[in-house]
Design a protein around this ligand. Structure first.
Ligand code: SF4
Length: 447
């Protein structure tokens, strides 16, 4: 017999373990889930072994994230025989694939989509012999009070301002897994910013699938005005935003960025492909030339700006020539960081209705080429920073060397350094003494 399921349970004194896969939206959602369960009396477990409830919060954007979910569920499966545990899946996979998930892994007790997290305590209490699927949509923003968030960092907070997407890029599942765009009322955002500043948060990051589509649903205030306001808010030291769509990345946003040193000189602007013909097949709504013109404007108006992007290789029909245009765009822009992926068809998307006709070996070779080029570019950018001194917000011990501290600079580059005291959540000044392709190293300097 597998999974001796818990009987309907009170969350009080029950422990839960959250495993998160995917993007920063998912990380932020996990903070919300942890807060909701804690407020209902649950306790967050450090180790999966100690949990009464295991929730996997995962993303559906890439096939790989979905594979990770199934592989993780396979790994925890033996634990379910040893003691009674509830297993839930949250996130956009849950939303997009709820019935499939339960068919493939019948030991799942509940599946909960992003619009239903506030119902989690009630869903868990009702769990028993029946699997509960909560994948209803809401067309309106569902406000979760800030106090419900169990934030992982003492200094950096993600602030959701919108969810969903109306763009229907031909490869992307988000409009189906997160729904259409919905915007958070500005008065709630303002209240959360004031609360975070009062609690000593130094850095906030506005989050949403398309932050630059943001409009206050009550007054129509656009994203550029929100950004301007945050940049002038007492208490906040760094303001960032993620993700922007090149099509709607406006001159007004660039002007808002120049209005305050608090708004970080850093933008993530997903290019996806350097070829205009591939971009048209992707339904991205901009050409290579339009994208590069926006980059030029950004670089002119905000000297020293740090840029990052997303790249997909092997999109259906991508020729060697089209792929070469992606490489030349990377050379032209010299991004500080990229996230690169092999194309994989996602259910319900229009690209998935046609052939996935670039052979796997070619996709793999193109990905290797993109990553090798980017490694050279990043190494050169990092090397050019040796000898400079920069502000770094301490995050915690370095993953590779726990004797070192790790933090991020304004450009969102990882900086490792030695520190005599715990500098987590504090701004320090670091003089860069060394570098590799993925991080910088340095020494603390006194102010
Ligand atoms: S803009 Fe395109 S890639 Fe981004 S979330 Fe929307 S549909 Fe997906």
């Amino acid at each position: 017999m597998y999974n001796t399921r818990l009987t309907p349970m009170d969350l009080k004194d029950k422990s839960f373990f959250l495993r998160t896969f995917g993007c920063q939206m998912n990380e932020s959602d996990s903070e919300k889930i942890a807060g909701i369960l804690t407020a209902a009396g649950g306790r967050e477990a450090e180790r999966v072994e100690d949990a009464d409830i295991i929730i996997v919060n995962t993303c559906a954007v890439r096939e790989k994230s979905e594979e990770k979910l199934y592989s993780y569920l396979g790994r925890i499966r033996p634990r379910l025989d040893a003691r009674p545990v509830l297993v839930g899946v949250a996130g956009c996979v849950a939303q997009a694939e709820s019935a499939n998930l339960v068919a493939r892994r019948p030991f799942i007790d509940f599946v909960v989509g992003p619009d239903n997290y506030l119902r989690l305590p009630e869903i868990i209490e009702r769990c028993g012999e029946r699997t509960i699927i909560a994948d209803e949509w809401s067309n309106d923003w569902r406000e979760a009070p800030d106090l419900l968030f169990r934030r992982r960092s003492p200094a950096t907070a993600a602030v959701s301002i919108m969810e969903g997407c109306d763009n229907f890029c031909s490869y992307c599942i988000v409009p189906f897994s997160r729904g259409r765009e919905k915007f958070r009322p500005l008065r709630h955002i303002r209240a959360e910013l004031a609360e975070l500043a009062a609690r000593g948060y130094q850095e906030i990051q506005f989050l949403g699938q398309n932050v630059n589509s943001y409009r206050d649903p009550e007054t129509g205030t656009p994203f550029a005005a929100l950004l301007f306001e945050a940049g002038h808010m007492p208490g906040l030291k760094w303001v960032r935003f993620l993700t922007s769509h090149p099509k709607t990345f406006s001159a007004a946003i660039i002007e808002a960025m120049t209005s305050s040193p608090v708004i970080c000189r850093q933008v993530h602007l997903p290019l996806q492909s350097g070829s205009t013909s591939v971009l048209a097949r992707m339904n991205r709504g901009y050409s290579r030339e339009e994208y590069l013109a926006k980059i030029t404007l950004l670089q002119e108006r905000i000297p020293g700006i740090s840029l990052s992007t997303d790249i997909i290789v092997g999109f259906p029909g991508e020729t060697e020539e089209e792929f070469g245009e992606t490489l030349s765009a990377l050379e032209a822009v010299r991004f500080a960081n990229i996230f690169s992926f092999r194309y994989s068809p996602r259910p319900r998307t229009s690209a998935a209705k046609g052939p996935d006709d670039v052979p796997f070996d070619i996709k793999r070779r193109r990905l290797i080429e993109v990553q090798a080029l980017q490694k050279r570019i990043q190494s050169a950018i990092h090397e050019s920073l040796i000898g400079t001194t920069m502000a770094v917000l301490g995050e915690g011990p370095s993953r590779k060397d726990p004797a070192m501290f790790s933090g991020r600079n304004e450009s969102y580059q990882v900086v490792n350094f030695r520190a005599p005291t715990d500098v987590r959540g504090r701004f320090v000044r670091v003089k860069i003494s060394g570098s590799g392709p993925y991080s910088l190293r340095g020494d603390l300097v006194e102010d």
